[in-house]
Design a protein. Sequence first.
Length: 590
Amino acid sequence: MTMLKDPSLKYKKFDPKLNLKTRQWPLRTLDKPPRWLSTDLRDGNQSLPDPMTVEEKQIYFKKLVEIGFKEIEVAFPSASQIDFDFTRWCVQNAPSDVAIQVLAPCRPQFIKRTIDALKGAKKAIVHIYMATSECFRDIVFNLSKEETKKQATECTRYVRTLTKDDPNMHETEWMFEFSPETFSDTDPDYAIEVCESVKAAWNPSIRNPIIFNLPATVEMSTPNVYADQIENFCNKISERKKVCISLHPHNDRGCAVAAAELAQLAGADRVEGCLFGNGERTGNVDLVTLALNLYTQGINPHLDFSDMKSVIDVVEKCNKIPIHPRAPYGGQLVVCAFSGSHQDAIKKGFKKHEQKKRKLAFEAESSGKKCRIVDWKMPYLPLDPRDIGRTYEAIIRVNSQSGKRGASWIILRNLELDLPRGLQIEFSKVVQRETEAKTRELKTSEIVGLFETKYIIFPENTVIKLEKVNAFRLVDYHSDTKKGGKREIHSIIKNNNKEIKLNGVGNGPISAFANSLAAYFNRDFDVVNYHEHSLGKDSDSQAASYINCRIGSNPPLWGVGIHEDVNVAGFNALISCLNQSVRANFIHLN
């Protein structure tokens, strides 16, 4: 088969046959969630190369209920005995506030079998459909406009006789849904004509409205066109309060989420879709994205995705299709930053957020009022990862593209060490060399291990360690020109099992200890930079000290020390520098 050099020649621009000059939806904003319908167990199941087993369907159904779906389309009961039996299981196991929805074409024999599957249900929605577009009427069904409308209307009456008009079926709260399939490609006036006839046949009420599902069976154009079609339908259908307008966008053009959001602005009441957008062909609209988009606008979607991992586990197990790592909200990598500039912005954002939380907590404690929630305002993170069960440790991840902030964030989160800028820069180079050597991202445990091995004094990675501080006292030295108190330090360090006694005097404890090292090793120990902070908030917390020390004429080295006594923490930081100097052969031990 020969391809055209310009395939666009065989396609005709979509004409929605609308002239909606007074459209209102562009001026509106979303302010409430829609009614949700999950069609994972029907649309989603039909899309799978290997359909779900009954056990997998049951697991999936329970998860949908746990998330908070109150309307779930479970099967095509007339299609197979398995679908029929699963519908019966749902009827028997659904909570009393969950409506079981089933689907059937406009064929009386299929409708009867479908309703038989729902007997005894507490709440049930019978959903029938009829393709209304010229393309499907002519090519697939060979039906005229009148024949199509007549069949849809007669099948609606038949559903009514088997459900709400049957005195033996009154234990069930019956709802009815009709889909003019291929609505987005149907003449707008004709779609309304068919739906008016169906509505008259069903005779809905304000308390129990008819559901008109208006599917973009094939996504024909940009989302704004679908929104125009929905607003036109909302404006022209009669008895609007007796009608629930439902959306069923497909994702042929990759715009299903946008189409669903704009169509809600246009007046729709309900959205049908699947978790993570699974569904026929290119997929149904992604309900996870739609719901969590509402959270970012301060709207409660009334669906619970606080344990996103458990949702993903069920979807991947039952669908046997992995969630894409970049899928909005659910993807493994969507809250992760590898870029150095992104990591820097996120770290600053969290620091500012924590400062605001502390300020509001202090104000609340002072005034005796309840503490206000801090508004979420974070670079690169539209949603707090904790709200979907993600840990902050998963946010910043380190590879060869990462800068100093990524590695320092991980050290802060795991060791509570807030590294000075100079140490951040040095350690990031250590990490980058390791990522390049391994040609992959480093795990958190690997980064922490690198840091501890290089900078912190542990018996297993240390040649020299501080054994004991024997004396630590203030002494006075007098001369003709000045008077002042100085610190005198007597300590013991160990080189393997050999004890080395040190004595030193200086302006402070750190300088005294540095001088004692300088005297023994016959090298200048010049402290270039010194930082310290507590680990924790109570009086028993340990202290962390960071020292940048030049030993002799060699480049300065960073050392880290941790101890209950802040001075001893500083001594340990100097010993860390000494150990690095030994490893670099700047100092040779006997």
